[in-house]
Design a protein around this ligand. Structure first.
Ligand code: ZN
Length: 144
């Protein structure tokens, strides 16, 4: 089941982030990286903020990330999210994509289970209009 109701507004790609969303449609989470100085940037932008190069490529993100920060929403900002409260909004970062922090959600979990520093695993979630959205599930250490 999708994290938000199917009536929730779809992402509207811009000229700058269109390729990011095209890759997500193929269930590939990739981040833009400067070809010249190898600095990652997200959200995507036309040039590198560090060296101003216009050349960029796309690098596949690891499937495991870490919660850098999160919040719990009790008062939805959109009427189509009323049935989803309380819901979480997380900021995750990736060990091999320095500087990238992705806004997302942790699915299939009570908001009480979230902690800063928790490890999460990529889980593609169906969005409105056939989109695929990069969301996450908590990784639990296996008991031995
Ligand atoms: Zn650069």
């Amino acid at each position: 089941m999708a994290y938000f109701p199917s009536t929730f507004p779809a992402v509207a790609p811009t000229l700058d982030d269109r390729h990011f969303w095209e890759l997500c449609a193929a269930r590939r989470l990739c981040f833009q990286r400067c070809v010249n100085c190898k600095t990652f940037r997200h959200p995507p932008a036309p040039f590198c903020p560090r060296c101003q190069s216009l050349a960029s490529d796309w690098v596949e993100a690891p499937t495991v990330a870490t919660i850098f920060s999160f919040t719990v929403v009790y008062h939805p900002s959109h009427s189509d999210a009323i049935s989803a409260v309380p819901y979480n909004v997380v900021l995750v970062e990736f060990e091999s994509c320095s500087g990238v922090r992705l806004v997302s959600n942790v699915i299939d979990e009570s908001v009480d289970a979230l902690t800063v520093g928790a490890r999460v695993e990529l889980a593609w979630d169906a969005g409105t209009g056939g989109q695929w959205l990069p969301r996450f599930r908590l990784l639990r250490l296996k008991q031995t």
